[in-house]
Ligand binder design. Structure first.
Ligand SMILES: [Zn+2]
Length: 583
């Protein structure tokens, strides 16, 4: 590796790590360093830090870190020699000549894919055998520039068209098998996987062809045939068009997700380069995680038919859980982005884009219109939305959605939260996520609420100090955070940073960082009511405790006196609809 030492040093001198990582992760300046959402693990609040002065990165969530080579290796999942080669090429640093040795399997597959793409493209653009394909693309009005930019092609209606072409180029059929381009015959030899199909090469972020999607020209099935999973082709991670769309997506902060390859191409033809498509699969968490590196929000374009809507709705919990805001764009019945933008133009599409609605609201509204009577509708909505809420790991987010849902259904937030806790307690148990008891869950919510209130409304500190707030909080981390905030003044900015640095454990610091960056649950107008509710709850817990203590002491006089007091209080109209906690 000594041979490469000077090249490595030169790359380090030439390349700024912030600039390099910034091409793949949205970074924001934060004091001495830059912060972004970690591309290596799931997170909603940025803990991925890049330091320009040290030329290093570090994620406080998953602890991944190192120099720019470490980043490139982890991000692209390549070895060090490959990273060195990639970066040398990218930044025009020359590497010492050396026998590269036998290429790895990934390289071989990429090479055969390249050869196959050349072959398909040649058939489409130059050969009589590609006439049907040309006709299809003409009908879709996809112009020549796009055909060559995306290297579209045509697989001829033959059993061994590609197999023969590869043989002529001295490419071994074994490699083509590994690339998923050929299929072994039962007896002997191979035949082409893709026949009589328009071919869409699928590019990775480095613009390498990692696989293909082939579309039939008639109504036969499957409509789309993709390369099977190979060492370079994982459907659940790749997005069609991202390699050309990412810079535009980063600029606008928004990614549009469509269903088909031709949708992406039609939008590009009309000058819109911010759309990507999945490869005929549902959106996955990996997709969303990848997109979070470029976009602040996603707009999912729905096929208005029931199946399309149902499939797309499955992505809602993923978006919620990954903390990526998602909106829904509904096209008129019978249209897809391809036909819509071709008939109505880009402006009409952009107008729809501006009118897209948050996916969560869309979901609820959709459910509301499905039912018959009001009450039935509401029950139906709750049955469908509770599992989605249960998927959310972030308590603050869940609280925000409960609030929104309550507004939509016109019920009180407390009543809805109580319903949810009831549902969660008796609902189907998820094996890998043991449910806490409903009482514990309610208490946990109160703790999170209190910390959130204090962080976002520091002026309330005085009134919280007057409350016996420790009665409400049992998590030692939250106790420490609230105590520090009350002690050192809950003020914004530097004070909070200082508190963060002074917290006792890494775990608590992480929790505090998350709380600092979470949105506010209460608006200014709601602070009063929230504080009153906290006061009520604390009082009730105390009464409960006194009753229990009196009983243990055998002090029946006090026991009955408190019980009587308690009954009197209950005669008053209840402020709190949460019957779970009844004393
Ligand atoms: Zn991480």
């Amino acid at each position: 590796m000594d041979l490469y030492q000077s090249a490595k040093e030169e790359i380090k001198r030439t390349v700024d790590i912030v600039e390099l990582i910034g091409q793949f992760v949205q970074l924001k300046r934060s004091g001495q360093s830059y912060l972004g959402l970690c591309p290596f693990h799931s997170e909603k609040t940025p803990s991925f830090t890049v330091s320009p002065s040290r030329q290093m990165f570090h994620c406080f969530g998953c602890k991944k870190g190192g120099d720019l080579f470490a980043f490139w290796m982890a991000y692209h999942q390549v070895s060090f020699p490959q990273a060195l080669k990639d970066l040398a090429e990218k930044y025009h640093v020359s590497l010492p000549e050396k026998d590269p040795g036998p290429p790895g399997i990934k390289d071989s597959i990429l090479r055969v894919n390249e050869a196959a793409a050349d072959f398909f493209h040649h058939i489409l653009t130059k050969s009589g055998k590609g006439k049907a394909g040309r006709h299809y693309l003409e009908q879709r009005s996809i112009p020549g520039e796009i055909i060559s930019e995306f290297k579209l092609g045509y697989a001829p209606d033959e059993w061994d068209g590609l197999a023969r072409a590869l043989r002529e180029k001295k490419i071994s059929p074994e490699t083509a098998l590994q690339a998923g381009l050929l299929i072994p015959r039962k007896t002997d030899g191979h035949y082409d996987r893709f026949r009589n199909r328009v071919m869409f090469p699928i590019f990775d972020m480095r613009s390498r062809i990692v696989g293909f999607g082939g579309r039939v020209l008639d109504d036969s099935l499957p409509k789309y045939l993709n390369t099977p999973e190979t060492p370079v082709f994982q459907k659940g991670e790749l997005l069609y068009g991202l390699h050309v769309a990412y810079s535009r997506i980063r600029e606008s902060g928004r990614v549009v997700i469509v269903e088909g390859y031709t949708d992406v191409l039609a939008l590009i033809k009309h000058g819109f380069r911010g759309a990507v498509a999945t490869l005929g699969t549902a959106l996955t968490r990996d997709h969303i995680r990848k997109l979070k590196g470029y976009a602040r929000e996603a707009v999912v374009v729905f096929d208005p038919d029931a199946a399309g809507t149902a499939a797309a709705m499955k992505s809602l919990p993923l978006f919620l859980d990954e903390g990526m805001p998602a909106r829904v764009l509904s096209l008129p019945e019978g249209d897809d982005p391809d036909t819509f933008v071709n008939h109505r133009g880009l402006e009409a599409f952009q107008a729809l884009l501006e009118r897209s609605v948050p996916m969560f609201d869309f979901f609820i509204e959709r459910k509301m219109t499905d039912g018959e009577k009001d009450i039935e509708r509401q029950v139906k909505v709750l049955e469908d939305i509770f599992p989605v809420l249960a998927e959310l790991k972030n308590h603050v987010q869940r609280a925000l959605y409960v609030k929104r849902l309550a507004e939509k259904l016109q019920v009180t937030e407390k009543a809805l939260a109580a319903e949810f806790q009831k549902w969660a307690a008796k609902g189907p148990r998820v094996p890998d996520r043991p449910r806490t008891s409903e009482k514990k869950e309610a208490k946990r919510m109160d703790e999170v609420y209190l910390l959130n209130l204090l962080l976002h409304h520091p002026a309330a500190a005085g009134r919280i100090r007057d409350l016996d707030w420790k009665t409400l909080v049992s998590d030692p981390g939250i106790t420490e955070m609230v105590a520090c905030l009350l002690d050192k003044g809950a003020g914004q900015g530097t004070a909070q940073e200082e508190i963060l640095a002074g917290l006792s454990s890494e775990e608590t610091q992480q929790a505090f960082r998350e709380a600092m960056l979470s949105p506010s649950i209460f608006t200014e107008e709601e602070v009063d009511r929230a504080l009153r509710d906290f006061g009520e709850k604390i009082l009730r817990i105390k009464i409960q405790d006194s009753v229990a203590q009196a009983r243990v002491r055998g002090d029946f006089e006090t026991y009955h006196r408190i019980l009587k007091l308690k009954k009197e209080r209950e005669v008053q109209p209840r402020i709190n609809g949460n019957s779970q906690e009844g004393i």
